[in-house]
Design a protein around this ligand. Structure first.
Ligand SMILES: Cc1c2[nH]c(c1CCC(=O)O)Cc1[nH]c(c(CCC(=O)O)c1C)Cc1[nH]c(c(CCC(=O)O)c1C)Cc1[nH]c(c(C)c1CCC(=O)O)C2
Length: 341
């Protein structure tokens, strides 16, 4: 039994007494207790791959920020890792893949792993977290969208343009689809296993959606997200967050996802018109949290007003930036909780 099921009810499209709130990347470097734990370890991967520690870090923001949902501490890059393409997390630089996908042979070598084998550490973290939460708040599972995962597998690291990955779509469309199909199969099995391990909502992050032209987005990304939502929606409510893909809202609305995530470039009122009865999630600019507490409160209230007229889960328009003052995050959370729109 959940003591606080506001997030879950909003994610199902049900009415709630107040708007639930959580933050993308709430578990991480904004919290001193995260940085302290992280400093004792060899690196990010050790934290992600040690279920007891991942569970501890997942719960930190529930204690520190009093948010209405927990998101399992992991990364979208565990999927390519389990498929046979390991990543490294380079301090202060971000992810790096020592080998990348270049050919049909590279794609054929990739596994579609049994989640309990290749990703058992995430499933263990979910099971431990679920037990430790003891029903305080719902637990969110997640995975990257196949296109965003392909972008890292081909590019090998973060990039402003992802020109190698985008070039691959033009030069090798057949291979791109072969790779996307393999990532999609892995992701569906992985998310189903996350649900079996205790995830009550799953979110698909298409962080690099905005780098594709709309027609290519439909062909190389949205259709695979649709497949994932069709496989998962019978089990739990599914959230789709595609950063920068404002044009794709009608496509997501046609899938069985329950919630659509908005980044801060999107106009909530306009999205409402396109999204039917879906729940909307978002979308405060993470930079709004750099202001004074009064400014944070005003910006949060302005955001809440824009979402009037339908189910809403308050969040930022992307992950919280690591140099954000946690006190301002608490102002954001408290402002949402006090709001009766
Ligand atoms: C694109 C992407 C990645 N990872 C993720 C995405 C999709 C969401 C988004 O667009 O932000 C998803 C992710 N990564 C992490 C979470 C944890 C759960 C949560 O939201 O609180 C989630 C949901 C932890 C993390 N993932 C990472 C950290 C920082 C690592 C550290 O502790 O040094 C954390 C807490 C590392 C990471 N992981 C990734 C990058 C580009 C980086 C480096 C940039 C950075 O440092 O923030 C890939």
């Amino acid at each position: 039994m959940l003591k606080n099921d506001l997030f879950l009810r909003a994610a199902r499209g049900e009415a709630t007494e107040r708007t639930p709130v959580w933050l993308m990347r709430q578990a991480g470097r904004i919290l001193p207790e995260y940085r302290a734990l992280r400093a004792r370890l060899s690196g990010f991967k050790e934290l992600v791959e040690t279920p007891e520690l991942a569970a501890e870090v997942t719960i930190q923001p529930i204690d520190a920020l009093d948010v209405d949902a927990a998101i399992i501490f992991s990364d979208i890059l565990v999927v390519p890792d389990a498929m046979g393409l390991p990543y490294e997390m380079v301090e202060a630089r971000g992810p790096l893949f020592p080998t990348t996908i270049k050919s049909a042979a590279d794609i054929d070598k990739l596994r579609i792993p049994d989640p309990e084998d290749g990703l058992g550490y995430v499933l263990d973290a979910l099971r431990i977290t679920k037990k430790a939460l003891n029903g305080r708040v719902p637990l969110i599972g997640f995975a990257g969208a196949p296109f965003t995962i392909l972008a890292y597998m081909i590019e090998g690291h973060g990039s402003k343009t992802f020109s190698k990955a985008r070039g691959f779509l033009y030069k090798e469309p057949v291979l791109a689809h072969r790779l996307l199909a393999k990532i999609t199969a892995t992701t569906i099995a992985y998310l189903q296993a996350q649900v079996a391990a205790g995830a009550q909502v799953v979110q698909v992050f298409d962080s690099w959606a905005g780098i594709l032209p709309p027609a290519q987005y439909t062909e190389f990304s949205a259709r695979y997200i649709a497949e994932i939502t069709e496989a998962l929606a019978p089990l739990v409510p599914v959230t789709v967050f595609a950063k920068g893909a404002w044009w794709a809202v009608p496509e997501f609305a046609a899938t069985p996802c329950r919630t659509i995530g908005l980044d801060w470039n999107q106009d909530p009122a306009q999205v409402r018109l396109q999204a039917g009865n879906k729940t909307l999630q978002g979308n405060l600019d993470p930079c709004a949290l750099y202001g004074t507490p009064e400014q944070v409160k005003a910006a949060t209230e302005a955001m809440l007003r824009q979402f009037a007229g339908g189910p809403h889960i308050a969040n930022l328009g992307h992950g919280v930036y690591p140099d954000t003052n946690p006190d301002n995050v608490r102002v954001f959370v408290e402002t949402v909780k006090a709001w009766r729109g």
